[in-house]
Design a binder for this molecule. Structure first.
Ligand code: SIN
Ligand code: FE2
Length: 210
């Protein structure tokens, strides 16, 4: 699997291709299947406009990231549709955080994004967390996507690369607030998910640590 030469990535972004082997990916999919059983995927809406996002979402952890027309982007301890607390973060993801985050405190939230073939995610910053000293750790499962990352200002030059199943991206340090998004999914590029599509998991620390 080709590795991007480190200098091409903005400082603070780590790309760890092939971090999870196929067996570990399959085990993670099982974990996420159980999360989705307890906390079903739902279609989030953009603040103010109420425009539906093309990804479906859910969360695990003590807090989950949600958005709707009325109240906008936020973290909350319960699922917006069922009203139930989010299920716990699977152990394999807690282990991943410990291995790659370089942060003393565990993640509080894991956002689960499901992309069907046509879904995408516009360029944005992850900035709803009050503790920005912890990185965001991202896991890709299933079909490939074209990931695009830039600087901390909208309009900064961007760089695109393909994320594959099992790859990890860490946005930390000077790139903690880097703009990033998913321009497209490459359908049928993985056999991991029986019905295709892509799952992205992002682990976050939300409140000030300690
Ligand atoms: C996100 O920024 O929440 C998702 C990124 C990705 O799907 O790789
Ligand atoms: Fe993000």
């Amino acid at each position: 699997m080709p590795t991007l030469p480190a200098p091409t990535l903005p400082q603070g972004i780590r790309y760890l291709p092939d971090y999870f082997d196929r067996a570990a990916q399959a085990a993670l999919v099982e974990d996420i299947r159980r999360v989705v059983e307890a906390a079903p995927l739902y279609t989030p809406a953009m603040p103010r406009t109420g425009k539906e996002m093309s990804v479906r979402m859910t969360n695990c952890g003590e807090l989950g990231w949600v958005t709707d027309k009325e109240r906008g982007y936020r973290y909350q301890p319960t699922h917006p549709v069922t009203g139930e607390p989010w299920p716990p973060i699977p152990q394999a993801l807690l282990d991943l955080w410990r291995e790659v985050a370089g942060h003393p405190w565990p993640p509080q939230a894991c956002l689960v994004n499901f992309y069907s073939d046509k879904a995408r995610m516009g360029q944005h910053q992850d900035r709803d967390e009050s503790d920005l000293s912890a990185p965001v750790v991202s896991v890709s499962l299933g079909d490939d996507c074209l990931f695009r990352v830039g600087g901390t200002k909208r309009g900064d030059p961007t760089l695109s690369f393909r994320l594959r199943s099992g790859d990890i991206v860490v946005l930390g340090g000077p790139s903690r607030l880097a703009f990033h998004g998913v321009d497209r999914i490459y359908p049928a590029t993985s056999t991991l998910l029986k019905s295709g599509g892509r799952i992205n998991l992002t682990l976050r620390r939300v409140t000030a640590s300690g």
